[in-house]
Design a protein around this ligand. Structure first.
Ligand code: NAD
Length: 352
């Protein structure tokens, strides 16, 4: 199996955002042509500025809610890495209609465009929010709960659409259920900023971060480079190898459950993408303080404020990453601690 994705033409939607811009950087270094489709609604031009001079890079400012735009962006591409979506559970609770339109209509448009353009494989950002109210830990791909927010519903629906597109039209689809990703280029600003950049910015500015709900809530914080690796692995594994790995996987699962689970005959899988750890919010807060105090000692003395519980939040989230390891050869290189150290250095140099 090829070790790297090279010499291909890729469409990365949401490429001006956090995860998308990291994917672009990685894939441009490996001699690919990259098209980025983004409407800059939550992403930023500064995230793609370093690539604008690169002859292998093309930026299309446009909206995935418009099918023609999706088709134009997909034309001539080999692979699609679909990241564009409106993230954030609270945003979706405040404005479910817009989240629904972007995350479901936009997703379907991208599937239509990918199918019409005979894309080799459609790899998309799925989400741990799909596990909803399931209390089971660690989370395994086969068992999901009931979604707890409009955002989570959109991500569940995406998976159904992707599977139906694989079954009906033979489009190869792979969904990567990301768990609390963090790192370079994640936006610390705005009402819907994710917890790590939000707290880092507050700490750097000597403000007190708010820990919503219970500081003992835990998450599987996942460093961005692991996510980039998972996307690449999902793209390069040949269909034959993937299907044969799945056959073994489902056979073992059938034995475990005492029930026969038929392996799929087409590529329409989902994989957890995480490190497999579980840090509490208190532990996260301490780790951020410790790392940032290397640059500014006063940060060590900042205390957090305990705020109200957020709607749609689940107490604990931790992934089983066995399926991604066994089937696509995912091997995350950075645990949360290592990732936090690198991310804190980056934020210290970039967000003041
Ligand atoms: P982000 O907000 O930084 O990036 C999303 C990008 O999509 C932005 O650049 C935004 O401008 C673009 N976009 C939004 N609506 C669009 C539209 N209508 N047309 C074109 N572009 C549009 O978020 P991110 O953290 O990089 O997330 C990327 C993907 O990963 C999303 O699908 C998100 O749901 C998923 N995800 C992220 C996490 C995480 O922890 N960051 C966890 C689970 C899933």
């Amino acid at each position: 199996m090829a070790k790297k994705l090279t010499n291909s033409k890729l469409l990365i939607t949401g490429g001006a955002g956090f995860i998308g811009s990291n994917l672009i950087e990685h894939f441009l270094k490996q001699n690919n042509e990259v098209v980025c489709l983004d409407n800059l609604s939550t992403g930023h031009k500064k995230n793609i500025t370093p690539f604008l001079e690169n002859k292998n890079f093309q930026f299309i400012e446009g909206d995935i809610r418009e099918l023609d735009t999706c088709k134009k962006a997909t034309a001539g591409c080999d692979y699609v890495f679909h990241q564009a979506a409106l993230g954030s559970v609270p945003r979706s609770i405040k404005d479910p209609a817009t989240t629904n339109a972007v995350n479901i209509d936009g997703f379907l448009n991208m599937l239509i465009a990918a199918k019409d353009e005979n894309i080799k494989r459609f790899i998309y950002a799925a989400s741990s929010s799909t596990y909803g109210d399931s209390k089971e830990l660690p989370k395994r791909e086969e068992r999901i709960g009931r979604p707890l927010s409009p955002y989570a519903i959109t991500k569940v629906v995406n998976e159904y659409f992707a599977k139906v597109y694989s079954e009906l039209y033979g489009l190869e689809t792979i969904g990567l259920r990301y768990f609390n990703v963090f790192g370079k280029n994640q936006d610390p600003n705005g009402a819907y900023a994710a917890v790590i950049p939000l707290w880092v910015k507050k700490l750097i500015n000597h403000e007190q971060p708010v820990i919503n709900g219970d500081g003992n809530y835990s998450r599987d914080f996942t460093y961005i480079d692991n996510v980039v690796q998972a996307n690449e692995k999902a793209a390069i594994i040949p269909a034959k190898e993937l299907l044969s790995n799945l056959e073994i996987y489902y056979k073992e699962l059938s034995t475990e459950k005492g029930d026969e689970i038929k392996p799929p005959t087409c590529i329409m899988e989902v994989f957890n993408v995480a490190y497999g750890g579980n840090a509490t919010l208190f532990e996260l807060f301490d780790a951020l303080k410790e790392n940032l105090a290397k640059y500014d000692k006063a940060i060590a003395d900042i205390e957090a404020i305990i705020g109200p519980k957020r709607q749609g939040d689940i107490p604990h989230s931790q992934a089983s990453i066995g399926k991604a390891k066994d089937i696509i050869g995912y091997e995350p290189k950075y645990d949360a601690e290592q990732g936090i150290e690198i991310a804190c250095e980056w934020y210290w140099n970039n967000i003041q």
